[in-house]
Each structure stands twice: as structure tokens, then as C-alpha cells.
Design a binder for this molecule. Structure first.
Ligand code: DSN
Length: 422
């Protein structure tokens, strides 16, 4: 653990031992387990500590130079820094760094581009989309008319001809691309050509692949998407938060209005500070190497799992994640069981529905695995083979207690050789 973290824990321990004990437990959990959740990462200690600062004390409703509160001179400076770095990172003209999370970024984008009742064409969550792209109980499914497109049932890939045909029929005002559980390259130009044909806006939610895009190891949604939304904490390796980007001046003005005052109040300036610092890290040359290694590791892990007889949806991966169809290995295996067994053995994963999954979302037939956090710790292709071995041992044993305990101890000692970033 870095010195600042040790000092923070001891400072907190002297004043609030109960909270300090919980934080120390979480620090130890992260240090000693393998994080395979595709949407998670370990921030640098620089990013982590930049979030816990004086910036948490201030209201700064409004935007730099136009605040509703006095005393915002340094808040203007940090928000400008975050916006400028975000624009440079993604090669666009506009950034709003205030959304508290990805779903809030999407709310602002919907409000800027649509009116209630308008038609949105998107991939449903059951096929790898996100809940804020149209799930019934979500704001998106409540206030808009959602039409689904789907993956090709044979290849489990996006079928652009089929999407075009649905778009021609339903004439959406907005088409959404960008997904939570799709392991293949997205053809943003193809989506834009469909959007243009039917007169729709195109929104790319690149939350999962933002780091890959920033590093140039996945094609950019620019110049194709009218609006790009993302989180900042997945492959991008920043603090938790959201971000909206655009190249269209008129849309940009609307986005600013729909983030504040449209859907949020005071921005979380401490988180915006962390975003500025994380974007600075992402602009460093080493970030490209990191993202390339994320993709190389995903390919290595996918290959090792296939070798052991697991079926991957779409047959593999082009990005940082893969979706394992557990039924390919054992018809009885469920995502929920596997998630629990693996956690007891020191591997943190999430159960995930696979396309056309017959099981309910709290059970599922799949696991979604990702390599961003493992890569941050310094694991490379050789270690991916080890990780696949551990995954397989636990799942083949069906969570046998002795096997899980043995693997847990191996992973604990392995993690000591790959410390979290300091
Ligand atoms: N919940 C996130 C994920 O795990 O993919 C998406 O926002």
C-alpha cells in the first residue's frame, strides 16, 4: 500500500475505527484477489488521492466562468483542465465532464436529442446493451418508444443489414451503439450510414471501450457519432463518473443545458478533479501500451479458455472482454453458481446473460470476463494461462471447498507479486 493510503487509514483509524476497519478490509480484498469484472479497474494512487481533496467542499453549479456560487476560481480551473484534456484525448471539440455517472450522461444525451415519446433503436440489455439504452423500468424505457435490434443468432455478431432494415421500418429519432457485453469491434461508420439514411441521430456509448478508443486500439466513434457518452472508470482508468463528448456545436450547447440544470445540480468537483488527473495519465505515451496489453491479454485469456473447452459468445474477442457461455462446458453450470465459487477462490467476476439466455438475469448461463484490472497489475499473456487454469479448476470442481481454498491461497500469494498501482 502506498504511503498516503497508509497515512489516510491510520488518520481515519484514530478518529473512526469502524469506518477505517471497513476501508482496510476493502483495500485488502482488492490487493489479494484477481479482478476480472470487465467494467472495473484499479486507478493509480495519484488518481485515487486526487479525488479525496478540498474540492469536495464546494458548490459549483453552472460552468466555468458562469457559476451560481462565488469562490469557484479553482473549480473553474480544474473543470477547464478536465474538459481540455478530454477533448484532446478523444479528438473532439466539446466535453462535458459533470455527469455523475454513465447513466446520467445518457439522460442528458436523450434530453438533448429527443422529446418524450420519440423512437430509439438500441440493443437490449439481454443481448449486451445497457439498461439506460431502453430497459422498461429505466428512464429510457419509461419516457421513450424503444425498438430493439439484435445480434445475429448464429454468429452472435452485430448484423448491420438487419439493423438497417429495422431502422427503415421504425424510423427512429436516435440510434444507439456501444455496449456492455459485446466483445467485438463496433463499426461506427456503418451505424452512421444507417442513421443518415433514416434521419436519426447516432449516439455511441463507449463506456466499456473508452480507454481503447483513447489509445487508438479500437476505432473512434468520431467523426461518426453525433454524441458520445462514456463512464470514466472502466478501461479509461479514472474515478467513477460520466462524460459527454461531441463535435457538433449546437448539440454541445443542448448537452450542457441538459446536464445542468436539466438533470443534475451541483457537480462533484472532487470527482472532476480525479477525471482531470486520469485524463492527464491517459495522454501519457504509456497508456497506449497499457491498452494494447489489455487487448492482448483478453485474446490470450480467451484462447486459453477455448483450449479448455469453454464456448465464447461470437467465438472470441477483439476488445477487453469476453462472454463465456458456460453451457458449452457443462449444461448444468450457471453464472450465479460460478460467480460465487470463483469469489470464494479469489476471482471476482460477474454472472451475465448470454444472447437468448433461457435463464433469468439473477441466474444466467454466462460469465463476463475482462482484463483491464489484471493488466493494470502487470499481468501479461503468460499469466492469462494461469488465470484460465484457476478459473477452470474451480468451475470443474463445481465449487468444491478444498479446491476453492487451495486456489484462494495460490492467488493470494500470486497477487503479492503483482501489487496494485502505487
Ligand atoms: N454496470 C456496467 C457494467 O458492468 O458494464 C455498465 O454501466
Amino acid at each position: 500500500m502506498d504511503q498516503i493510503s497508509t497515512d489516510v487509514l491510520s488518520h481515519l483509524g484514530a478518529r473512526d475505527p469502524e469506518a477505517a476497519r471497513i476501508l482496510a478490509g476493502e483495500a485488502e480484498r482488492q490487493e489479494t484477489t484477481l479482478e476480472l469484472i470487465a467494467s472495473e479497474n484499479h486507478v493509480s494512487s495519484t488518481v485515487m488521492h486526487s479525488v479525496g481533496t478540498w474540492m469536495t467542499n464546494k458548490y459549483a453549479e453552472g460552468y466555468p466562468g458562469k457559476r451560481y456560487y462565488g469562490g469557484c476560481v479553482w473549480h473553474d480551473a480544474i473543470e477547464d483542465l478536465a474538459r481540455d484534456r478530454a477533448k484532446k484525448l478523444f479528438g473532439c471539440n466539446f466535453a462535458n465532464v459533470q455527469p455523475h455517472c454513465g447513466a446520467n450522461a445518457n439522460i442528458a444525451a436523450f434530453m438533448a436529442l429527443l422529446k418524450p415519446g420519440d423512437t430509439v433503436l438500441s440493443l437490449p440489455i439481454k443481448s449486451g446493451g445497457h439498461l439506460s439504452h431502453g430497459l422498461k423500468p429505466n428512464f429510457s424505457g419509461t419516457f421513450y418508444n424503444i425498438v430493439d435490434y439484435d445480434l445475429d443468432p448464429e454468429t452472435e455478431l452485430l448484423d448491420y443489414d438487419a439493423i438497417r432494415a429495422i431502422a427503415r421500418e421504425c424510423k427512429p429519432q436516435l440510434i444507439i451503439c456501444g455496449f456492455s457485453a459485446y466483445s467485438r469491434t463496433i463499426d461506427f461508420a456503418a451505424f452512421r450510414s444507417i442513421a443518415d439514411e433514416v434521419g436519426a441521430y447516432l449516439m455511441a456509448d463507449i463506456a466499456h471501450i473508452a480507454g481503447l478508443v483513447a489509445a487508438g486500439v479500437h476505432p473512434s466513434p468520431f467523426p461518426h457519432a453525433h454524441v458520445v457518452t462514456t463512464t470514466t472508470h472502466k478501461t479509461l482508468r479514472g474515478p467513477r463518473g460520466g462524460l459527454v463528448l461531441s463535435d457538433d456545436e449546437e448539440i454541445a450547447k443542448k448537452i450542457d443545458r441538459k446536464v445542468f440544470p436539466g438533470s443534475q445540480g451541483g457537480p462533484l468537483m472532487h470527482a472532476i478533479t480525479g477525471k482531470a488527473v486520469a485524463f492527464g495519465e491517459a495522454l501519457e505515451p504509456g497508456f497506449k501500451d497499457y491498452q494494447q496489453q489489455v487487448v492482448d491479454n483478453a485474446r490470450a485469456l480467451a484462447a486459453a479458455l477455448v483450449e479448455k473447452g469453454y464456448r465464447l459468445c461470437s467465438g472470441g474477442t477483439d476488445n477487453h472482454l469476453m462472454l463465456v457461455d458456460l453451457r458449452g462446458r457443462d449444461a448444468e453450470l450457471t453464472g450465479a453458481d460460478a460467480e460465487g465459487w470463483l469469489e470464494s477462490a479469489g476471482m471476482i467476476v460477474n454472472k451475465n446473460g448470454i444472447p437468448n439466455d433461457p435463464r433469468p438475469p439473477m441466474v444466467t448461463s454466462g460469465l463476463r470476463l475482462g482484463t483491464p484490472a489484471l493488466t493494470t497489475r502487470g499481468l501479461k499473456e503468460a499469466e492469462m494461462v494461469k488465470v484460465a487454469d484457476w478459473l477452470d479448476r474451480v468451475m470443474t470442481s463445481k465449487g468444491d471447498e478444498a479446491t476453492c481454498t487451495a486456489v484462494r491461497e495460490e492467488i493470494r500469494s500470486f497477487c503479492a507479486d503483482f501489487p496494485l498501482p502505487h
